[in-house]
Design a protein around this ligand. Sequence first.
Ligand SMILES: NC(=O)c1ccc[n+]([C@@H]2O[C@H](COP(=O)([O-])OP(=O)(O)OC[C@H]3O[C@@H](n4cnc5c(N)ncnc54)[C@H](O)[C@@H]3O)[C@@H](O)[C@H]2O)c1
Length: 303
Amino acid sequence: MGRLDDKVAVVTGAGRGIGRDIALLMASEGAKVVVNDLGGNTDGTGTTNIADDVVAEIRAAGGEAVSNTASVAEVAGGQSLVATAVDAFGGMDILVNNAGILRDVTIFKMEESQWDAVLAVHLKGHYCCSRPFAQYIREHNRTGCRIINFSSVSGLYGNFGQANYGAAKAGIAGFSRVLALELAKYGCTVNTISPGALTRMTIPLRENRGESVGDQELEQGGPQHVAPIVAWLATEEAGGITSEIFHSGRGGVGIMQQPRVIKQYKKRDGLWSLDELDNIVPDLVSARQENLAAADTDNTIEI
Ligand SMILES: NC(=O)c1ccc[n+]([C@@H]2O[C@H](COP(=O)([O-])OP(=O)(O)OC[C@H]3O[C@@H](n4cnc5c(N)ncnc54)[C@H](O)[C@@H]3O)[C@@H](O)[C@H]2O)c1
């Protein structure tokens, strides 16, 4: 018996990388899987049919899957995902918004097309796929569904040369918190993943630093290390967990901080003068540094 028997999952960008491993693992746990991928280059250009290869892999292992090659960046593409799941498997329970591209460049040189393309696939892509699924959940009163979104430390911490990608990935974290509230009534959880994995998206960065990526590195840091927490969040046992951000990769699975006011001063009467702020702001900044230092202390538990 699988942990996802009788569930129907849609995994976007599942033709390779992290999405492929999620699709394979969910299928091995009994889910019927819609493998979505338009088979583009890392920068989002081009198309090839790689979704069918993953479908063939799943079927060869005894699982059930169908492919969908629509773009998540288009409203019609997102709608086609729900339609494919319903036509092929009679319903939909799980959406993994994993598809992604990169167009790295600093703000000095970032063209509108580079900004738009990255925001379209990541942030708008999450909207395009989640909205029809949310409508389907409400219309059919389908309880116990799951949405698992993909953010990144690039958006949550910040990363040089990725203002477009970082903005989209931070936006996805905010989007997820709102969806978690809006879908709670239907028992649908919405969680976010901050992954770290050696894929075609990250291997070139390592190689540019002169680090090799061989079989051993892929075994220790490949996308297979991200798939288990994603599949687990889709299980019945994860029903009470929503609006969280999990960081995962290289054998690690952790939970991330989310924005909260750490410390504040309140003035009962009148407005703050700029002279008063000269004293207060440095104290607030050191409270934030202490908070960060506490979170950055080695909090890893080796098992
Ligand atoms: N690899 C990492 O360390 C890392 C780190 C942080 C975040 N992420 C995020 O994890 C997700 C998966 O990344 P990956 O490393 O597996 O990348 P990848 O490039 O290996 O796979 C992404 C897949 O998405 C598909 N895709 C792109 N645009 C699409 C579209 N419009 N419609 C449908 N499919 C589309 C691509 O064809 C590709 O197969 C992405 O959202 C990425 O931003 C990855």
